[in-house]
Each structure stands twice: as C-alpha cells, then as structure tokens.
Ligand binder design. Sequence first.
Ligand code: GLV
Ligand code: GLV
Length: 326
Amino acid sequence: MPRIFVTRSIPDNGLKLMRDALGAGSVDVFPHDRVISRDELFTGAKGADALLPTLADPVDTAIMDTAGPQLKIIANYAVGYNNIDVKAATERRIPVTNTPGVLTETTADLTWAILMDTARRISEGERYVRGGKWQGWAPQLLLGADVHGKTLGIFGMGRIGQAVARRAVGFGMRVVYTSRGRLEPFLERQLNARLVDKATLLAESDFISIHCPLLPETRHAFGAVEFKAMKKSACLINTSRGPVVDEAALAAALKAGDIFAAGLDVFEEEPKIHPDLLTCENAVLVPHLGSASLETRAKMAEIAASNIVARLQGKTPPNCVNPEVL
Ligand code: GLV
Ligand code: GLV
C-alpha cells in the first residue's frame, strides 16, 4: 500500500477519496492543527509515495531527497505553487500538481470584499464602533472613495484577474490591464477593458488589483517607485502573493499619503506582517482567505486527492504543472 503524507488536515472528502481508492491506511495526516515544522516535514516525507503540502510548506530539494526515489507526486493544496521547487521536481521526474479553476470565482469574490472594505473603510469603521468611539452620524465621518464609475487596474489578467474584471461591469467601471497576452476583442468589449503598459496602469487606475503569479520578475513589482506613480486617491489590493508588494515601502506610502489605502490578503512572510503596516488605519489586513469558502476548499481537496490517486494508479494526473516529466 502506498503512503501519502498530508502536511495539514484538509476537508474530509479529499482524505476519503484517497482512502477509498488506495487503501484505508494509505493516508498519513500531520496530526496537529498548525503549520508543520521543517523537521516534522522531513520526518513525514521520508519514504512517502505522495506528498500533499499546503502553500505554507516549502518543498525543496532537501525535502524531495529525504522523501526518496519512490516519491511519485507532489500535489499542492493551492493554485499557486511558488512554495515548490518545480525545477528540482522536474529534474527528479516528479510531477507537481495544483488546484486551478475551482478557486477563481471564490478568490475574485474575496478580492471585491477587500476592495469595497478598503474604499469605504468598513473595517476601520467597525473598529471605531466596537471601540466605543461613535458619537452619531456626522457629515465628515470616515469618508471613503466611490467605487462605481472608476477605473480598475488589473495587474495580471489570468483567470482570477478576468473574474475580478467581470464583477467590475456591474459597477460601471472602466478596466485597464497589464498581461502577458491580450484578451480576445469580444472579451475586452464585454469587460470594458484595455491593455496598457505598467506606467499607464499606475497613472490611470483608481484601484489596482494584483493577480500575477509570484516569479523572480514579479517580486516587489510594487514598491516605492510604483506608489509614487499612482494617484494619491488610489487603492492597492493584493490577493495574489505577498512578495509582489514591498511591504515596508507600502507602509511608508500609506503613512505619507502617496496612496489612499491598501487591502492585503497576502504578505511577504506569512503569518508575519510588517509592523509599520499594523499601525496603518488605511490598510485592510486579511489572513490569506482568498479561497477560504466551504465549497471551494472541499473542491480543492477533491482535486489534490484526485491527482494523487491518478498518479499512484499509473494514470496521468490531470493538473500537472510540469507535464514534461510524464
Ligand atoms: C491560494 O493562495 C492559492 O494559491 O491557492
Ligand atoms: C489562477 O487561477 C489564475 O490564472 O489567475
């Protein structure tokens, strides 16, 4: 019977799928409800035929080599896979899989929740009410920014970027976007979207929402220079990966009034948050909840488990990000 090591408990449907297909004793789940330590990950991975890590677990050459030559798949419980050294996995002919598609709409929903909160100062208002500070309606209390009719900048027009842009149609927004590829003309018309360069995106957007993967070339794509180039009234939203934004520079820009506000679901060194951001009232800070709906986390469990079952049964895992190994 193969051994599948799961680094943190995922929804039951995924565990059941693997147990039913591969044997009741095949699934070994890290028993504690916390991020697994490096040492514990080495211990758990050793001798495993399959690994099911989360985005909080770096899987590098040392982990792969400790696991051993029988390791046949790494099925990440996320769409992003920057926590996995895919190059090293490819060299070892280990397929790496992700969970694309199912979390697109859920992450777009959360992006809009954060965008609205950031614009209209909902969380700040909540703190104000609970802090016992509210003295009643006032003409100038917690004035925010309108969302409808504004320009939304999408940095990275992949599946999630497009899902965010679709929601902007209902708000009568204009969309500008940067992307590796241009959308079909009918989609551009439908989304009221225009492909621009980064400088134009920074200059014209009232809201910028980041939806690129984390790559060497997107690390700190938003830093001091970019914040200076944005409108002083603009809001920055990031639900992609933390290191795309330079947090120290962002905190400085928020304090200096270079931009109006920021809403972040992801951070450079999760769960640590730059201490200067924690003191910015105009920052909405959310604990990486992009895909965190009951429905979507169950679908992600099913996809990660299905990839493992397929691979361990000698079939092609459907969501391989390095298919050249197959
Ligand atoms: C979440 O951040 C994911 O990549 O699935
Ligand atoms: C993620 O699914 C993306 O392509 O944006």
